[in-house]
Design a protein around this ligand. Structure first.
Ligand SMILES: *[C@@H]1O[C@H](CO)[C@@H](O)[C@H](O)[C@H]1NC(C)=O
Ligand SMILES: *[C@@H]1O[C@H](CO)[C@@H](O)[C@H](O)[C@H]1NC(C)=O
Ligand SMILES: *[C@@H]1O[C@H](CO)[C@@H](O)[C@H](O)[C@H]1NC(C)=O
Ligand SMILES: CC(=O)N[C@H]1CO[C@H](CO)[C@@H](O)[C@@H]1O
Length: 775
């Protein structure tokens, strides 16, 4: 039991008191299993690479499944890791800005610490031996070829003769949103390409053809934030290949005054060569459409999620178009929400084949263009279809000026792209964290396929979520299977890649890059019911333990119930009850009479209900603990606001979830009677002085009283813990040094009864939610 729990217990208790209604609701936002940073490391579920200098300042990632390598771009450095080995043999290229660039960057008013370095922002496979890498070069973008060796070799070196200006290929800024894709020897980028960050452009370069760009025009791109870029072929005809850009941009509100953000999908033909007289070296096939992700409201007013955060393409079968998973947010003063929508290429093609948006003038409304559209239709790539003997349009340079003028004036499609079922597969509101990244894995389970979503938050964690569609138009039921605290500190996750082959996730934040296993079935527990309750499509009960479900396996006893998570159906012949009161390990807790005390019990699943039983020394049987004014059941355990002598006894914390019961904690509570305690104090030469209290920690006024309350609540039996907590959180350096000096004495005064149970409690503590830690 420690202070942090107290804060949480009290906060939850207070919240429940004041906001009775909301306590139930928060449960659906809770993951069934929460694993802390330490838990993940201890279980070998994850490992983190921090670079050779302890802080990576990570910017880019390239997962190379062909070579089994992971390439990582950071600040002034680029790394290569072998996926089949530990990260200790990582190779590094030190790649600072060109001579003089750092100084110039500082002279131009940029921050020497956070801007004037070479942040490696793109890594693309160039050919069989080289990568193309680009960095910000202290606001002077640079690109170079990186020799990485053939498959099986572990080489890494920068070819100094290949270093060239990276303008248009990499942003100047270390953090500005940016998207790129490399295909057919050419680099497609969506970025702002100048020092001042005003030249928003979709750019193609690097190949043998002359570079192509969008014109500088707000009608084409209006202050865009680029999120992703991908080549998505229409069909087997390579002439129809298109590169899609996903971005947000500003639009004028319909009243003409306000400005809003819309999400867009834009595209260009890979074989676009620009125009001959019009649109020379400019895209002649650029079109864009709105991506809508909204929830119908009861009053007919939809809630729109307009700010695109991330895109994931789920390629299912060879030759088939991908499904597009998009993560959106809407953040205002009153409401913060996230939604995930799924789009099909067929719907996207239909919108691009549909009417163009047209406006007669700046004060007019958008309407569908109803006049005659010139041939070849703008946005159509030159191909066999356009290159007929009678109408020879073999390249966009052959397109009539009329077509190019029309294309130039009508970049926007009239109809928006709607998601599958016209609604999100997942909506999250009032989350503790913001969602930043999405990766999806389609998993074969006993009763069908499930799309498992991994969502990267801004708090260094990942949520593993499934959405269960119950019929086409009903809202999906969502299950947060796990919350994985991948980074110790709450840092935004900026990049995520999945390796289905390795069943791994690669997760980047400023701090470093983590490698995380997609699943670890044994974590759910040792009983069939626990495995079943987990509802994890990756896992099933094989008759002995909870293990990875292999659809091809011929094993008969594979039990899963993802839809309902009901062990009654699946595990009837197994023990539904780990009911044996004595199975849990016993912990000893001391409380002081008349003071408060707390018995910790956090079920692994927040969806479980908790029951407390007590067996008093003189009693034969166990009784359920009666809660009242004095004894409160909180989400983190049992709180005695005032402890009586007769409270002493053995306490059992049992959980119940879908008919599955289990004793998870057994605590022997001993009550130190007040006379006893006085006796202890009198024996000592010095009065007890809580190390942090004298001098009192410098807390803001309101918190000081709070601190005293906490001390009072905890009772002195746990001073050791308080001291640890103080040292970490409250004590200034000077006080800490003082605390150290007097530590020896205090340790004598306060018997440390907790040492034995500490390591176990440690991992339990880390399963706790973070939010309630007082600041
Ligand atoms: C984690 O991996 C290390 C080395 O690969 C191994 O020594 C250790 O036993 C593993 N720990 C667990 C809990 O599997
Ligand atoms: C890959 O490209 C680099 C840079 O242009 C070149 O030096 C190298 O020879 C190429 N390698 C192969 C295998 O084509
Ligand atoms: C059920 O529990 C009992 C006692 O706890 C144990 O003896 C028995 O082996 C268990 N059965 C199964 C199938 O696990
Ligand atoms: C030993 C101990 O914790 N005693 C405290 C119990 O609570 C009373 C107030 O209710 C304090 O005065 C004691 O110091």
């Amino acid at each position: 039991m420690h202070v942090r729990l107290f804060f949480q217990a009290l906060a939850a208790w207070w919240l429940c008191g004041t906001l009775l209604a909301s306590c139930e609701d928060t449960k659906t936002n809770m993951p069934r299993l929460r694993l802390s940073y330490k838990d993940l490391l201890a279980a070998n579920r994850s490992s983190v690479f921090f670079g050779h200098r302890g802080f990576l300042d990570f910017r880019s990632l390239y997962l190379d499944e062909y070579r089994d390598r992971l390439f990582i771009g950071g600040k002034d450095a680029l790394y290569s890791l072998r996926l089949d080995q530990s990260s200790t043999d990582a190779k590094e290229i030190y790649w600072p800005p060109l001579p003089g660039q750092k100084e110039e960057c500082v002279r131009k008013g940029k921050d020497p610490m956070t801007e004037c370095a070479n942040y490696i922002r793109t890594l693309h496979p160039f050919n069989r031996t080289h990568l193309l890498a680009c960095g910000t070069g202290a606001f002077h973008p640079v690109c170079a070829f990186i020799y990485v060796g053939h498959r099986g070799e572990h080489m890494l070196s920068l070819d100094p003769t290949s270093v060239e200006n990276g303008r248009g290929k990499c942003p100047h800024e270390p953090n500005r949103a940016f998207a790129s894709t490399f295909t057919g020897g050419e680099l497609y980028t969506g970025l702002t390409a100048d020092f001042l960050g005003r030249d928003s452009v979709i750019f193609r370069s690097t190949g043998t053809r002359s570079a192509l760009r969008t014109e500088l025009d707000q009608q084409l791109l209006n202050d865009p934030k680029f999120v992703a870029a991908y080549l998505i072929p229409d069909n087997d005809d390579r002439d129809n290949d298109k590169v899609y850009f996903f971005f947000t941009e500003k639009v004028a509100e319909s009243d003409g005054k306000g400005r809003a953000i819309f999400s867009r999908i834009g595209r260009v033909c890979v074989n676009d060569a620009g125009g001959q007289r019009v649109l020379v070296n400019k895209w002649s096939t650029f079109n864009k459409a709105r991506l809508v992700c909204s929830v119908p409201g009861p009053d007919g007013i939809d809630t729109y999620f307009d700010d695109l955060e991330d895109i994931f393409l789920l390629w299912t079968k060879e030759g088939k178009s991908p499904e597009i998973y998009a993560l959106f947010s809407t953040i205002s003063n009153v409401f913060q929400g996230f939604a995930i929508c799924v789009y099909r290429m067929a719907d996207i093609w239909e919108v691009f084949n549909g009417p163009f948006a047209h406006k007669d003038g700046p004060d007019h409304q958008w309407a569908a263009y109803e006049g005659k559209v010139p041939y070849p239709r703008p946005g159509v790539c030159p191909s066999k279809t356009t290159n007929q003997p009678r109408r020879q349009y073999g390249t966009t340079k052959d397109y009539p000026d009329e077509v190019l003028h029309f294309a130039r004036a009508h970049p926007l499609m009239y109809k928006p792209v709607y998601p599958v079922h016209r609604q999100p597969v997942l909506v999250k509101t009032n989350l503790q964290q913001r969602l930043r990244q999405i990766v999806v894995d389609r998993v074969e389970a006993e009763d069908g396929q499930y799309d498992v979503m991994f969502l990267g938050t801004d708090a260094g964690s990942i949520l593993k979520v499934i959405a269960l569609q119950k019929g086409n138009f009903a809202a999906a039921e969502e299950v947060i299977l796990e919350e994985l605290q991948v980074f110790k500190a709450p840092t935004p996750i900026t990049d995520m890649e999945i390796s289905v082959k390795r069943q791994m996730l690669y997760v980047g934040s400023r701090l470093g890059v983590a490698q995380v296993k997609l699943h670890q079935c044994e974590t759910y527990g040792t009983a069939c019911a626990e495995c079943c309750l987990a509802r994890d499509p990756y896992c099933a009960w094989d008759g002995v333990s909870c293990t990875r479900y292999q659809p091809a396996g011929k094993r008969r006893f594979r039990r899963q119930d993802i839809r309902n998570g009901n062990p009654m159906h699946q595990c009837l012949d197994q023990n539904l009850t780990l009911d044996d009161f004595d199975s849990a390990e016993e912990k000893l807790v001391y409380g002081t009479e008349h003071n408060s005390t707390f018995l910790e019990c956090v079920p692994r699943s927040p969806q479980a209900t908790v029951q407390w039983f007590v067996q008093r020394p003189q009693d034969e049987q166990r009784d359920e603990v009666k809660t009242d004014e004095r004894i409160l059941k909180t989400e983190q355990g049992l709180l005695f606001r005032k402890l009586y002598r007769q409270d002493a006894g053995t306490y059992y914390c049992k959980t119940l979830e879908h008919g599955f019961t289990q004793t998870i904690t057994k605590i022997a509570l001993e009550v130190i009677e007040s006379e006893q305690l006085e006796h202890v104090f009198q024996r000592e030469d010095e009065p007890v002085r809580p190390p942090c209290l004298v001098p009192e920690p410098r807390l803001p006024h309101g918190q000081r009283a709070w601190f005293k309350d906490i001390m009072h609540l905890i009772g002195y039996a746990n001073l050791q813990r308080v001291e640890e907590y103080c040292e970490r959180v409250w004590c200034s350096d000077r006080q800490r040094r003082k605390g150290k000096l007097s530590k020896g004495k205090n340790a004598l005064v306060i018997p440390d009864t907790t040492k034995k149970g500490r390591s176990k409690q440690h991992s339990e503590r880390n399963r706790m939610p973070r939010q309630a830690v007082a600041t």
